[in-house]
Write a protein that binds this ligand. Sequence first.
Ligand SMILES: *Cc1c(COP(=O)(O)O)cnc(C)c1O
Length: 369
Amino acid sequence: MTDTALATSLSFPVEASTDPVTDSDRAAILADPGFGRHFSDHMAVATWTLDEGWHDDRIQPYGPITLDPAAAVLHYAQEIFEGLKAYRHADGSVWSFRPEQNAARMNRSARRLALPELPDGAFLQSLRQLVSTDQAWVPGLEESSLYLRPFMIASEKFLGVRPAHEVTYYVISSPVGPYFASGPAPVDIWLSRDYTRAAPGGTGAAKCGGNYAASLAAQQQATANGCAQVCFLDATEGRWVEELGGMNLFFVHADGTIVTPQLSGTILEGITRASVLTLAAESGHEVVERRVSIDEWAEGAASGAITEVFACGTAAVITPLGTLRDGDATITMGDGETAGEVTMALRQALVDIQYGRADDPHGWMTRLA
Ligand SMILES: *Cc1c(COP(=O)(O)O)cnc(C)c1O
């Protein structure tokens, strides 16, 4: 039997928790969930071995996992992850946004990290089973959601360097509130001249923990300089704008054109990015994927040729940029304090689809519960 044949039978049967969080404790958490601090009562798990393929799939009570200290992931970081959200609609139903794109991307990441692919149907089934089991954890408040975090780790006990023969897949979920308490406020960004995120031929296009580990020293510099996030340049010339540590970038030009750095193998292909490209084109903007130099950004912001810059990703949706700090120099977008009109209109169009307040002509929403 092939891996795929085994995996199509993954149903993630539910072993319910005997000790779930009480209704009143959960209500208190959902009233102010923050981000990534609280987790629902259950998690999805499946195991893959070289001999048996995917098996032992289930939904089980959320809790600590046991790993051998020699598990390969702890030493060689053979790990990938995904991030998507479950949104509650007005009628109480629960939906996710383009989850098949997350399934496809997880498998592209798996190939790059020499991990086994998980069939798309099994990925979706794990989300459906977890979210329907824990649907009480999906907040109903404005701009709140249940963040879903699928991930895959090399769990084999072996210190030799080769792709692991035993791998474990999990999905955990965490209720999240609005990213910005009082609506999206422009953020200040640090331009990293000392560090790069991804080199040609590296893992920049894969969603793997290693990329994030490598970005943390730059993040420390950003924080020390009063900035919220880091912007990375290309690793070869140090000239081309790539993305933030976990979000893609867009530039709104005075003539209405919207530009985003082209995918080059070192940029993570965001699902929000792809969706913004579609929505911007539909609302009459010319959209262009091409290289953007840091000089074009600095000069365009100064001259007014670039009117708005925003970052996008699942967690914060669309975030306006206020300033970009390049050492002692500061590039200011607009007045540096007001979210741009185009940015906010695109953000609204996207969240209206996600929360079921607008039509979904592309069939982007998939019902989970
Ligand atoms: C996940 C991620 C993004 C955003 O992708 P979405 O699918 O839009 O959430 C952008 N850049 C990096 C490095 C990422 O890991």
